[in-house]
Design a protein around this ligand. Structure first.
Ligand SMILES: *Cc1c(COP(=O)(O)O)cnc(C)c1O
Length: 411
């Protein structure tokens, strides 16, 4: 039985030369030799730059794009991103260090996260980073730290909105949440921020993640904007920043299509117009992680064994869920689906019978591809998992089972 290669949109980001996938201008075998060992992640700068160019072209000029670096905190990546975006969003003191090490102005760094330690808040105030405050404890601590350090903390209120981003992979707003301050408690928080003389800059509204539906993203942005207008009735000083969140997804699974940016651009155009009237001093920002870097990355692991078990073909590779938890389906998936996968040095041959690719870990959870149609592979071939630029290496349990850590390159 022969099938043709199932083409996934993500593969179109890269080239093919003969049988080889070409990433960053290099055939995959050469790239593997340059890295020196498998498994590895490779992130292609040109894919990121092209994606951001398309995004900017689709959005109004006034919209700032911030990179939420938890999607991929590799220092070289964060450094590269500072040349393409308007700000970096960090979610820990560790991320803040990486961001500041790039030389970015602290003016353009913001810090969100539901459990900020006192030491992290102190560092952020000292650095002059914007804090997205998420609790009354943070407001009070920041007042003390501002006094101690002799500089007023820059704060935006992270609002837990009274709505959700529909159809989102992970909901991060609406209903009871650990994130942000409930919209109905924000007037009280604003009063405290004022009384304690913190430097208020605006609102941060983030409703969810991994959304491929432009309509629901527009709806969330409109509701966020309306909510910001309502909340601003409780303050007498100007709003300098409205961070409308993000939630832009990328296609992973069969049947998923790329997010259509044009309706989002049109909708934001209207928001920009209204902002100029209602909040004349405000900058408008989106913060995106996955959307900016996800499609630029591949995970490459080598076939080290193969077997047929009761009729089912298996390839066993030198890396798996220890490096790429999300591709194994164990990072927030409810029903496991295959990421796009190919044999990177056999891109043109027809596909074989359904093949299951597993990593070397002694657990059935370590599956990279379940019964996929792939070229017939041999030992030493290179298995490539696409859409791996976000929530890969840093979101995986590298220590689990004591295998070597994964290498990352930015090319
Ligand atoms: C995780 C996170 C993001 C990025 O989410 P993506 O789905 O990767 O775009 C943005 N903002 C905040 C506050 C986050 O916690």
């Amino acid at each position: 039985m022969q099938h043709t290669m199932p083409v996934h949109e993500s593969m179109s980001q890269f080239g093919i030369d003969g049988d080889s996938l070409v990433v960053g201008g290099m055939p995959i075998e050469l790239l593997a030799a340059r890295v020196g060992s498998t498994p590895f992640y490779a992130y292609d700068r040109s894919v990121i730059a092209r994606g951001i160019e398309l995004l900017r072209a689709a959005l109004p000029k006034k919209i700032e794009i911030h990179y939420a670096m938890k999607a991929n905190p590799m220092p070289a990546m964060v450094c590269f991103m500072t040349s393409l975006v308007d700000g970096i969003d960090v979610a820990s003191g560790g991320e803040m260090k990486i961001a500041l090490d790039t030389g970015i102005s602290p003016q353009n760094v913001s810090f969100a996260g539901p459990g900020k330690r006192e030491s992290e808040l102190r560092q952020a105030v000292a650095a002059g980073v914007l804090l997205n405050v998420e609790s009354f404890r943070e407001i009070e601590l920041l007042a003390r730290l501002s006094n101690e350090l002799g500089r007023a903390a820059r704060v935006a209120i992270r609002v837990n909105p009274d709505f959700e981003l529909k159809g989102s992979g992970m909901k991060m707003g609406g209903g009871p949440k650990q994130f942000g301050i409930d919209a109905e408690a924000v007037p009280l928080a604003l009063g405290k921020v004022r009384a304690l003389e913190l430097a208020f800059e605006g609102f941060h509204l983030f409703a969810g993640s991994q959304n491929l539906n432009a309509e629901s993203i527009c709806e969330a942005q409109n509701k966020s904007f309306e909510l910001a207008i309502k909340l601003s009735e409780h303050i007498s000083y100007p709003v300098k920043l409205l961070n409308l969140g993000g939630g832009f997804g990328i296609p992973y699974f069969p049947g998923e299509r790329r997010l259509d940016l044009s309706p989002i651009g049109e909708n934001l155009e209207k928001i920009v117009e209204k902002t100029q009237k209602i909040f004349p001093e405000a900058k408008l920002a989106l913060e995106l992680g996955r959307f900016l870097v996800g499609e630029s990355g591949i995970y490459v692991t080598r076939v080290i064994d193969q077997k047929i078990s009761r009729g089912q073909r298996y390839l066993i590779t030198d890396g798996g869920l220890n490096h790429h938890l999300s591709a194994s389906g164990n990072f927030g998936q409810v029903i496991r689906k295959n990421y796009p996968v190919a044999i990177g040095n056999r891109m043109s041959p027809p596909c074989n019978d359904p093949t299951t690719i597993v990593g070397p870990l002694c657990t059935p959870l370590d599956t990279l591809a379940d019964k996929m149609l792939l070229a017939e592979a041999e030992l030493d071939d290179l298995v490539v998992v696409f859409q791996s630029g976000a929530y890969g290496a840093s979101a995986s349990p590298n220590e689990f089972l004591g295998h070597p850590k994964v290498t990352e390159v930015l090319i």
